[in-house]
Design a protein around this ligand. Sequence first.
Ligand SMILES: Cc1cc2nc3c(=O)[nH]c(=O)nc-3n(C[C@H](O)[C@H](O)[C@H](O)COP(=O)(O)OP(=O)(O)OC[C@H]3O[C@@H](n4cnc5c(N)ncnc54)[C@H](O)[C@@H]3O)c2cc1C
Length: 397
Amino acid sequence: MKELPIIIAGAGIAGLSAALAVARTGRRALVLEKAPRVSEAGAGIQLSPNATRHLRRWGVAARLRGAALAPRAVIIRRARDGAVLARLPLDEAEKRWGAPYLVAHRADLQRALADAVAEVEEIELRSGVGVAGFSADEEKVAVGAKHGLIRLRFDGAALIGADGLWSEVRQRLNIAGDSPPRAAHRTAWRATIPVSDLPKQFAAPQVNLWLGKRAHVVHYPLRRGTCVNVVAIVEDPAAGGENPDFWNEPRDPALLQRAFARWHGTARDLLAASADWRTWPLFDRTPLAHWSAGRVTLAGDAAHPMLPFLAQGAAQAIEDAAALERALSSDNDIAAAFATYQAARSARAARLQAAARKQGDIYHMGQPAAFARDLVMRGLGPQRMLARQDWIYDYRE
Ligand SMILES: Cc1cc2nc3c(=O)[nH]c(=O)nc-3n(C[C@H](O)[C@H](O)[C@H](O)COP(=O)(O)OP(=O)(O)OC[C@H]3O[C@@H](n4cnc5c(N)ncnc54)[C@H](O)[C@@H]3O)c2cc1C
């Protein structure tokens, strides 16, 4: 009889990475994705070396080649006058951290992962099937799912909930002390702007970060420099009060322009260059010390959603998959492997969740704290700025 597959709820970056990892340990994976099509809304994504080292090992980085771009530096500017506060050279990323720092369009990353998955015989992906519940014993799991109005049941050797921030699997695990996601009262505005609509300087291969009071902007070129990805994050007491499913909502750009009216002209020109802005309310969640129970575990945002200020959410989902691969390779007992995986991941993920939250506060400082922050950044210099990233990017477990 064929061994039962490990069932994975969700075909986002966490779910597809986990499927590749499971298959690399010689097991079968069945990925159930609620959405009718595997797709990725949003725009750009930064892929730091702690993530690209695994994407490379799994053959996904090679599929991204051409679509991804290696920025040469991160430039940090002050919103008021555009003054450069710091420059982090990324040309040396490969030498320093053993893997490249890349930026890519999310759709291209999702496609590269989906194409890699499609080539692996041990992985089956079923779209339009939402996991609605599960029961587990010492031998296997039974997963209840819905395909439209049809109820389905799948038997598996185990279940990995990679079903995102609002994870159904996490909710049904009933983890002691867990609480629902809470609004971070910040809105992310996102747009992708053709470079032909912008002054030439925006096509420079670099990640740009502008810091202002209660807001910041990140922009970088994508897709061989043909477009520029822009994310503007604004504090907004009402954000997250609306239906949390309302992600990727179109919004009136006039609201955005008003929030940035006192910013330097270069930043304002960028924000005025698109009429098509989409918004995402940001959410945060208390870190979990435990997210596995026997043959059921979590990965990615389901386990440890984090605010986007360190650009690490997807990278941590990829690290999760690598840790699953390691644990499942060295233990035939899946429940024991899941416990090993969780022990390897929970402290690091919690540290990043906390660091991302703190980074948001630092980015959005008003005076006089911002003055002190800017002095420190200027004083550190590129090498010490890089060294501060080592614990994140040089992670090789
Ligand atoms: C503005 C912004 C910028 C960001 N920038 C970066 C960045 O530069 N770098 C970085 O590393 N990270 C970044 N992140 C974080 C990153 O986007 C997320 O951490 C990452 O996408 C999480 O992937 P995931 O697969 O865990 O979850 P998701 O992407 O949410 O995927 C979950 C999947 O599960 C499916 N699903 C949900 N419920 C069910 C169910 N019941 N049954 C079956 N399927 C289900 C969903 O349809 C979805 O496909 C950013 C986030 C934001 C908001």
